[in-house]
Design a protein around this ligand. Structure first.
Ligand code: AMP
Ligand code: ZN
Ligand code: FE
Ligand code: FE
Length: 284
């Protein structure tokens, strides 16, 4: 189908997106997307809520998540797709991430306090919608940044990252992260596909070189509000390595207001590479 578009990268209230899974699906349907993968950070909790709604709307929903990892001290986001959403290895890994986040966030709050910007855990939790179940709660730095804006410590969420809680800034804490290698291995053991997310954000050439030598299955070539010329480099790499090409907006709703859902997408052929892998999982 010529007008088939699928956005393979977006966030909901199950991580740091401002919109519920239901709202994201309604929006996807409204703008004419035919396929979608919800890729919450270190969580697959949106999937059971989203699946029946996607079916009603006639949207193909592909299981996905965006795992946080670290390679030689540099943050690397890894998209995982096409696993069974009930896969116990994925669920256990998400739980381990939850604990990692809890400790990491506490370290960040400790540093903010030391720098004269006290933020309590309760204040951060109040940034999440009240009707989320415990399992659906994934607390990230954007929630901490929202409190910092609310308390007048900074003007914008971006400022909070740039000055205080971004990587390498005084109130940042890395916590106890998982390596990129162990993340890829876990995804493969869960029979999913491991994709390098937004490679252009890796401004360190050595990290990219190392990642390109790892056993990824694909690379995100279409991203956000990217100019066409910026895709060439990643498409060439995908062709050379015979990797899967993926793409998506990285929609976060009002947390990142300049990135609309569907602003990047893949066509039916590319979507089906991932969707067929998922369908084959369900059969085996
Ligand atoms: P966390 O997963 O808690 O470490 O938070 C990382 C998330 O914060 C990313 O996935 C982005 O959504 C968001 N983020 C990272 N850097 C920035 C920035 N400079 N401005 C706004 N949001 C950011
Ligand atoms: Zn995010
Ligand atoms: Fe990311
Ligand atoms: Fe993302």
């Amino acid at each position: 189908m010529k007008d088939f578009r699928a956005d393979l990268h977006c966030h909901t209230t199950c991580s740091d997106g401002s919109e519920t899974p239901e709202k994201v699906l309604q929006l996807a349907s409204k703008i004419g997307l035919k396929g979608l993968a919800i890729t919450d950070h270190d969580s697959v909790e949106a999937y059971p809520i989203a699946l029946p709604i996607a079916n009603q709307l006639g949207l193909k929903l592909l299981p996905g998540t965006e795992f946080s990892s670290v390679h030689k001290g540099v943050s690397v986001h890894i998209l995982a797709y096409s696993f069974s959403p009930e896969n116990p290895l994925i669920h256990e890994f998400c739980l381990r991430h939850k604990l990692r986040r809890l400790n990491r966030n506490r370290e960040i709050l400790e540093r903010l306090k030391e720098h004269g910007m006290p933020v309590s855990e309760e204040e951060v939790e109040a940034m999440l919608p009240p009707d989320l179940s415990e399992a659906q709660r994934t607390i990230g730095r954007p929630h901490i940044a929202q409190v910092m804006v609310k308390k007048g410590y900074v003007e914008t969420i971006t400022d909070a990252f740039k000055k205080h809680i971004g990587e390498g800034k005084p109130c940042y804490a890395a916590g106890n992260p998982f390596s990129s290698e162990e993340t890829i291995d876990l995804i493969h053991r869960a029979k999913g596909l491991a994709i390098i997310a937004h490679p252009h954000l890796m401004d360190d050439a050595n990290t990219l070189k190392d990642l390109l030598a790892m056993p990824f299955d694909g690379i995100e070539c279409y991203y956000g509000t990217f100019a066409m010329t910026q895709q060439e480099r990643w498409l060439k790499i995908a062709a050379k390595k015979n990797w899967i090409i993926t793409g998506g907006s990285d929609f976060h709703g009002s947390i990142k207001p300049n990135i609309p859902l569907g602003s990047s997408f893949v066509n039916e052929e590319l979507f089906n590479v991932l969707y067929n892998h998922f369908s084959n999982q369900s059969k085996s």
